[in-house]
Structure formats: structure tokens, C-alpha cells
Write a protein that binds this ligand. Sequence first.
Ligand SMILES: *Cc1c(COP(=O)(O)O)cnc(C)c1O
Length: 421
Amino acid sequence: MTATGMGRAPSNREEAEALDRSDPLAGMRDAFHMPEGLIYLDGNSLGPLAHNVRERVRDVVEREWGDGLIGSWNAAGWVDLPRRVGDKIARLIGAPEASVVAADSTSVNLFKVLAAAIALNPSRRVIVSERSNFPTDLYIAEGLAALAGQGHELRLVNDPADIPAVLDETVAAVMLTHVSYRTGLVHDMAATTRMAHDCGALAIWDLAHSAGAMPLDLTGADADFAIGCGYKYLNGGPGAPAFLYVAPRLQGRAVQPLSGWFGHAAPFRFDSSYQPADGIDRFLTGTPAVLSMSALDAALDLFETVDMAGLREKSVALCELFLARVEALCGEFDVTLVSPRDASVRGSQISFAHPGAYAVMQALIARGVIGDFRAPDILRFGFAPLYTRFVDAFDAAEILSEVLASGEWRRPEFGVRRAVT
Ligand SMILES: *Cc1c(COP(=O)(O)O)cnc(C)c1O
């Protein structure tokens, strides 16, 4: 049985339509602006615009900023946004109140928490991660290791199964992305965190592809630090602020190096020397980006009534449907599944390798099916369950098979590389 309760994927469109009619989340799609004629399977890269977000941004610009000017820092609560937004995210990731703040970008937040982690483990010099981790995570770790100037090094595994073998008394931190951006493979957060702790290391989780896509339990997993993205499944808009989590048991001891005034115990005392705030606020740095933080704040309200277990069930069902249809229709083409077949260890995406993946994706986009290409040869399709329909998954597989069967992807214009893929 799949999570849809059906024994097999629909073989005709009417069955997919029936799944949409019985989908408890179906109504959520109306909360978003979804351009006509598009099948949007890229919400794992940039979530769509929700109507309440558009209204909120207009109100913040026109009323709070336009009329309220500087008074809005207090009157409109701008100064509390990092914590208010952080608490909304905390509910989605299984974290308590006052353990999450929204701030900066994912990359910058990783710098802060990784620096805090290695400072908590001063006798150790190794940061363990995966070679296939999202590049910015590895670049940040490399940069930090060089800056620390104490011989810190990155130890990368090629396969998650190799992690236990590289954990020893030299490891300060294990830094992993919970759901792989390329394949969608899900790490066992609790088990890996336990392994890290057993060897005396701290565990840092990047939730860029899991927050808002599945239930998470940072407290239950005993994670030390986490970071994640505001513009993917959380729909906060392009370049939305990211978030970071610090386990309450570490908050009094963990210090981060970007010691700006918003992380000070009393920013408006204007002291000449730094004294970190108590608790999670010390992980803030400078003035919050109020416009984009407000957009994220409004976008998170859409999750308020969402049952995350039900959301995950729909995510699995969408992915299973798409996978089954692609395999039924595209078997004779050079399409290879690179996502796990087992839905229990797969995030909200399906990725295939194809030798002409870049051009195939361009041809799909020209047909109104928006997924993305990830170098060197991956076609990536995200199934954000808040607004994606079963008919979208059904139709996308159909159109992919047409693009491959007709060979239209071989047209020269589809081979021209753009800056953002
Ligand atoms: C998307 C993503 C990021 C993005 O980082 P930015 O600082 O927002 O550019 C970082 N890590 C992972 C794993 C991602 O998927």
C-alpha cells in the first residue's frame, strides 16, 4: 500500500483527480498565487508567493514603514521579529520556544553555529561531513577551519554508511544536511546524533530540505545545533532570512564569533565592549531585514493549521505517484532514479540522472513543467505538499515522457547554459 491508501499509482488522470478531491490539504493551494498553465515542481528551491504574504509586505511597506517610520521598531514589533519568526519555525522542527531565531542566510548561520560548536570542543580539530553535502556548507566549513588557524580540517565521507568509521576522539563536530539536496536521501537524525555524542562530538543539522516538508523532532533527536532556509519549503520569498537552532542546554555556554550589537545583552545601552545576551539572542548579529522577515513571518502562518504527519503522507504519495508514472512511461529512455526507492528514507523530491539532464530540464520548462537541473546530470523534481496536486505529478510524468520520446530536448536552444540552473 502506498500512503494514498491505494495499491498502485493511478494509470489514468481521473484517478489522480480523485486523489486531489480526497486530499485534506487540497484547499491550501488557494492560499498561493499559482500562475496559470504551470506545473511548479521547484518549491524546494523557491517557494511560491502566498496571497497573505503579498498583503503583509504591502502593509509593512506602506503603513509600518511609510507612515510609522522609526516608531515601527517598537509599535510594529520589528525588533522582535527574529524571535517571533523563530518561534513559528520552532513548532515545525520539534524545538521549544526561545531556541530558534530567524536571521541572516543559511550560509552565515552555519558559520555561526559551526564556530560555536568547535569552540565548545577546543581539544578537537576535525569536522566530519559528506562530500555530496551542499557546496556552501563545505565552503563555509573550509573557510572557518582556515580562519581558526589551529589546524582544523574537514573529513569528508563519500557514503553516509562510512560515518561511523570516521568518528573518533579527534572529531569536534559532525555537520550534515538532513535531506540531501541532490538525491533526497534522509539521514537518521537521532541515530547519527547519538553516534556523534558517543564519540564526544557535537551534531549540526542543515534542515534546508526538511523544514516545512516533513515532521522533525530536534529535541527528540538531541541535536546540538541546526540551521535552515526560509525561501524553500517555508515560502518566505527570494533571499528570505534563514534560521538557526541552539539546544537550550548549550545556550548559556555557546558563543558565536559574529558578535554584533543585536546579539548583545543590551544593544541600546551602546556599551563599548561586547557582552552576549542570555539565551538564543546571542546568535543574532545585526539589524533584521524587516521586509523579508515580514514576508517569512506571514508565510509561516500558513502552516499554523497544517498537520505535519498528514503533510508528510501527501508528500510521500505525490512522490510515489510521480516515480511510478515516470517508470511506466520512460523505461526505454536513459532515465535513472538517483533518489532512494524506499519512501521512508526519501525527502519531498524525486531526482533522476540523464546524460542530457540540462537540456531535458530546459525543454520541460519550455513546456511549463518547472523543476531544476543540478550538476552534473540530475533532473530534480520537488513535490511541496502544501500546493502541489496529484494531477500535477501525473501530468509532469506524461510531459517528461513526451519530451524524451520526441527528442525535442536536443534542440540547440535547450543546450544554452544560464547563470542559475
Ligand atoms: C539551499 C541550501 C543552502 C542555501 O544557503 P544560502 O546561504 O541561503 O545561499 C544551504 N545549504 C543547503 C543544504 C541548501 O540546500
